[in-house]
Design a protein around this ligand. Structure first.
Ligand code: IMP
Length: 230
């Protein structure tokens, strides 16, 4: 079994990522490492913040680390809350406070009734080990915002977001459906391919190792991870 440290204390993120990775991975997040300080997320992009989180954890802990930085962009709000999604209402805001601020901001705008409030979730992931970044990956899911919360599943802005092609919010859809089409799933797909290539390289020995890395990295098509629907 391979081990992966998820650089988060958000149990919802850990649960979603563990479901995508499957039982062959032993997952550990930072909830048991209360002594580790939270790094300052002062990047200008999701990717920069994912790298900050991955490096901070991998300097402190041995092993392969995966960090996820994600958030919601609403076009009418010029991309807000964006990288400030977790702290939109205040530094230590709850999910509910952040959703209320979003609805408050939208209610102040002169939005034409019936026009969809287009938005997207973005996710950047960074893999790191021994204080070095190994790779980064990105994913996004397009959709629209509803002005009344619906559903009790998921977390964060899920009760306000309907992904394109659906008529229910992420909080109404079952977890398996969200995990097939979310921003996180889409960033995880290339991340899983990278991890599979790394695994193939690790099982090879001597000169065969180099060949395995090259072969895995250059394969044009790999089987889609099992949680992605065709
Ligand atoms: P982070 O932990 O700094 O990456 O902040 C992520 C924030 O973005 C969360 O606190 C949520 O507010 C929001 N977010 C990210 N992913 C999701 C999701 O899958 N559903 C709902 N909200 C999300």
């Amino acid at each position: 079994m391979r081990k992966l440290i998820i650089a988060t204390r958000n149990r919802h993120k850990t649960r979603e990522l563990a479901a995508m990775l499957g039982p062959e991975w032993m997952i550990e997040d930072l909830s048991g490492y209360t002594e580790l300080p939270e790094p300052e997320e002062n990047g200008r992009t999701f990717e920069e913040n994912a790298v900050i989180k991955a490096l901070a954890a991998s300097h402190a802990l041995k092993g392969l680390v995966l960090a996820d930085d994600s958030g919601l962009e609403v076009d009418l709000l010029e991309g807000a809350p964006g990288i400030r999604s977790a702290r939109y209402a205040a530094e230590k805001a709850t999910d509910k406070e952040n959703r209320d601020r979003l609805l408050g901001e939208l209610s102040r705008l002169n939005h034409a009734a019936g026009q969809p409030i287009t938005a997207r979730f973005r996710c950047a992931m960074a893999l790191a080990e021994q204080g070095k970044v190994l790779a980064t990956f990105c994913g996004r899911v397009e959709g629209r915002i509803v002005l009344a919360e619906a559903g009790t599943g998921g977390f964060g802005y899920d009760p306000l977001f309907i992904p394109d092609g659906y008529s229910q919010t992420f909080a109404e859809l079952d977890a398996g459906t969200k995990n097939c089409l979310s921003h996180r799933a889409r960033a995880m797909e290339p991340a899983m391919a990278w991890l599979a290539a790394r695994g193939a390289a690790e099982t090879a020995t001597g000169s065969g190792m180099e060949r395995a890395v090259r072969r895995a990295a250059s394969e044009p098509t790999r089987p889609r991870p099992r949680w992605i629907r065709s």
